[in-house]
Design a protein around this ligand. Structure first.
Ligand SMILES: *Cc1c(COP(=O)(O)O)cnc(C)c1O
Length: 466
């Protein structure tokens, strides 16, 4: 968020109310106080401020991890001060990052015949920026070699309307036109039959999404690859695919290993994923891997010193803590393939249970039943005598502490207001039962309510949806 000047007329004061008389200070909220506080007082005050915040475990809106094992947390706490960019001070940490890149490239089937390269990032947003920049620079080289007039049009990126906001940011920040392939009720992911209508000589690449944030559905990447392959055979301006696997990158390989979406597809040149989604690490860590060094233009790579030598890096941020990287490596060695599969399978099973339970309630039409990403999306089934909306249901659920967002689908589908539940590793079957009980009770209450709050049912965003 961008914050601005606090406009209250006079400063508000925070007064500690616990403990010793030494705590009887007044503390201005919006400017630095003159005096210092004892650690205990400061701790108390900050904890008090955070007291009425949502409980992250009950937040069914987010894909981000809300649980890690105590050992992982200790390890991460103990490594908070390590600066991930300082490869020469922390060469072991650099080696851990290197191992993670190798583990992930292997998971995504990078070919032995090519030289993959990749890096950790703060999250998928940074990873998408890097993937997008590499596509932009590589396109420009190809276009220049072909003699294309680079000033005649802005370069463009092709993506379905189900994109996550980071791609809009990428296009705005780096001055790229976004060619959005619309979604409609028949095409709830990238419309592969029409994707080429949006491609031209100025296209830097096509983004396929392995798990659309809104609905959890996968773009059909194998078909996209086939379409792109046929196109590239007949053009001098080839296009390539970046897969935004923010959610699917650490989920699909374990739950649906037969699905071919990754470097097994010839035209997929780069992939990103969020370590802090189904990679099971607390925010923020992400990853981006290129199938071969040739797809990452040299100008984008900067050298940092490393044990008397130099190490290539690509990042938008410079300093940040290495503890998330170390948490990621902990998870990799702790869980292995079997462990990740078991955890994700349990998550998948909980999503299936919820899908069945939601269908049984009789009020909802499921748009996504957790078959792909373990998330449930549903709208209200038409029933003329129902006075409440999904927005009212979100409110009611919040009374039990559950945060469940309600929002309209993107462009062309915005008349459909849906609710979404993201199932994560720490949402066990026990919690799913509790949730269904609370949901059933909330609906019973709404059916009897005399005043419903959201009588105006124009689509609006309600809750966190990214
Ligand atoms: C969450 C998400 C992102 C952004 O990821 P962060 O790790 O939060 O920066 C990008 N794309 C998709 C498809 C996502 O689901």
């Amino acid at each position: 968020m961008l914050y601005g000047k606090h406009t209250h007329e006079k400063d508000e004061y925070l007064s500690p109310i616990f403990g010793a008389s030494a705590e009887r200070h007044d503390l201005p909220k919006y400017r630095l106080a003159q005096h210092s506080l004892a650690p205990r007082e400061a701790d108390r005050l900050v904890r008090d401020e955070l007291l009425d915040e949502g409980n992250s475990r009950l937040n069914l809106a987010t894909f981000c991890q809300t649980y890690m094992e105590p050992e992982a947390v200790e390890l991460m706490k103990d490594t908070l001060e390590k600066n991930a960019i300082d490869k020469s001070e922390y060469p072991r940490t650099a080696e851990i990052e290197n191992r993670c890149v190798n583990i992930i490239a292997n998971l995504w089937h990078a070919a032995d015949t090519e030289k993959f390269t990749g890096t950790s990032t703060i999250g998928s947003s940074e990873a998408c920026m890097l993937g997008g920049l590499a596509m932009k620079f590589a396109w420009r080289k190809r276009a220049q070699a072909n003699g294309l007039d680079l000033n005649a049009h802005r370069p463009n990126l092709v993506i379905s309307a189900g994109y996550q906001v980071c791609w809009e940011k990428f296009c705005v920040y780096w001055d790229i036109d976004m060619h959005v392939v619309p979604m409609d009720p028949q095409h709830m992911s990238l419309d592969v039959d029409h994707v080429l209508d949006y491609v031209d000589d100025y296209t830097i690449g096509i983004v396929g999404i392995l798990g659309i944030t809104y609905t959890g559905q996968y773009d059909d990447l194998a078909r996209l690859d086939a379409v792109v392959e046929a196109y590239n055979r007949r053009t001098t301006y080839p296009v390539y695919i970046h897969v935004d696997a923010a959610s699917g990158g650490f989920y699909t390989p374990f739950i649906d290993p037969q699905l071919i979406w990754d470097f097994r597809l010839k035209n997929v040149i780069s992939i990103n994923a969020s370590g802090h989604k189904y990679g099971l690490v607390y925010p923020g860590v992400g990853w981006v891997i290129w199938r071969d060094q040739q797809y990452l233009p040299e100008e984008l790579v900067f050298k940092v010193s490393y044990l008397g030598g130099e190490l290539p890096t690509m990042a938008i941020n410079f300093s940040h803590s290495a503890s998330q990287l170390i948490g990621q490596y902990y998870n990799f060695i702790r869980f292995g393939v079997d462990g990740y599969r078991e955890i994700q399978q349990k998550t998948h099973d909980v999503a299936h249970y919820l899908a069945k339970a939601l269908a049984k309630i009789g009020e909802f039409t499921l748009i996504n039943d957790g078959r792909q990403l373990p998330l449930l999306c549903y709208r209200l089934t038409d029933r003329p005598d129902r006075e409440w909306t999904l927005y009212d249901l979100s409110d009611r659920l919040l009374m039990h502490g559950w945060q469940v967002p309600t929002y309209p689908l993107p462009q062309n589908l915005q008349e459909q207001v849906i609710q979404r539940i993201v199932v994560r590793a720490d949402f066990g079957m026990n919690m799913a039962h509790d949730f269904i009980d609370d949901l059933t009770q909330a609906i019973a209450e709404l059916n009897q309510a005399h005043i419903v709050f959201h009588a105006d049912d124009t689509p609006k965003k309600y809750g966190f949806t990214h």
